[in-house]
Write a protein that binds this ligand. Sequence first.
Ligand SMILES: Cc1ncc(COP(=O)(O)O)c(C=O)c1O
Length: 445
Amino acid sequence: MNSSKSYVFGRAKEGAFPKVHKAEGLWIEDDRGNRYLNASGGAAVTNVGHGRREIAEALHQQVLQYDYIHPTAFVSPVVEDLAAALAQRAPQGIERFYFLSGGGEAVEAAIKMARQIHLANGRPERIRLISRWKSYHGLSLGALSAMGRTAFREPFAPLLGDVVHIPPPYCLRCSYGLTYPGCQLRCALALDETIQNIGPNVVSAFIGETVSGATLGVYPPPRGYWKVIREICDRYNVILIQDEVMCGLGRTGRWFAGEHYEISPDIVVLGKGLGGGVIALSAAGLQAAHFEALQSAGGFVHGGTYSHHPVAAAVGLATITILEQENLIERAERVGKVLGDKLMQAISGFPHVAEVRGLGMFWGVELVRDKRTLNPFPRKAQMVERIWQSVFDKGVIVYKAFGLAGSDGDAIIMAPAFTITEKEIEFLVDSLAQGIKETTTAIKN
Ligand SMILES: Cc1ncc(COP(=O)(O)O)c(C=O)c1O
């Protein structure tokens, strides 16, 4: 075999990236000794930092005690403990958790749960799903059907399910040309209108990211948005699914992002940070009453070879213990404000920065060609990729978002570990400011 050839069907252009050697705390080192500040937690995943000994030990112990146990043959106490830890912190009434591996997989499970809850309650005609444009829910065909990122949907359009999309809460480019609060949350009222248009008796569920992440470049909805959505779902008996794969488990400075909006969903979806960046772990949590309905109707028709995995659960539990013991949720809120303030001061006045927005340790910077008209850079200009590279070359890793305006529109996401120091924040903000300046100047010349 040719030892210099790669046999991996990778996600990067061959030869584009350095080889990783080590990762610790917020820092990743390549095989040449270059160090990079991981300011995005990968894809908003490593919330407690890299290389946590407590997680390694929990994983090691769990493998030795009991590893793969099929969930249809035994109860695993560690899985019970993780579910209890989540239920203790979850929105009101969310008491049961179904554990899977990827976020998209848990989204699929949530969509199926909603359908089956209606079946269990004698409403077989409830089949339609409503979601939002510019959303991200995963890449499997069901989750992709719900997703609203145009560029990811286009090649597979003929394979996608019939999901109806409504405009997202995205005040900067309001689909109705309105301004909050005078808009009276027109984007939330769109759900009512859409349910009426489709037919109130056929809608099964509405799914939305509690705080938009990967596609919208972080967008906390305006105050009141989720209350209106909750009321509409209640009015029509529509299941409300909040996707907190990216924004949950402390990212916004609360255990669940829904806490900011004081509502409880029917189903909440978790992923990413739940596995501490060490193992693939996701969950769909649901209201106790829905769980009871499903049980009385014969149970949820679902499965998964790696569902309810004890080793993944041990990692999840160790991650939650770290978040709790080190007070990291409170820290995400407090130090996240420092990150937000510094980004505002350093970057928001730039000619190509349309907006800096965020919540907790979750921030986005939207880039535009024309700040007055909000005209985006065309996708082919690869603006976010260029800025990303420039910032990477300075030793900082951020996250790319695109598709904020159709297939165009760029944003940079920052989602560092909650342990980030103020000195590291300064390095991040300085590098990002320089990267944006250099790249946007170069494109003009
Ligand atoms: C909100 C949201 N939901 C679902 C997913 C899909 O998760 P995964 O990539 O683990 O399947 C993502 C991934 O970025 C996400 O941000």
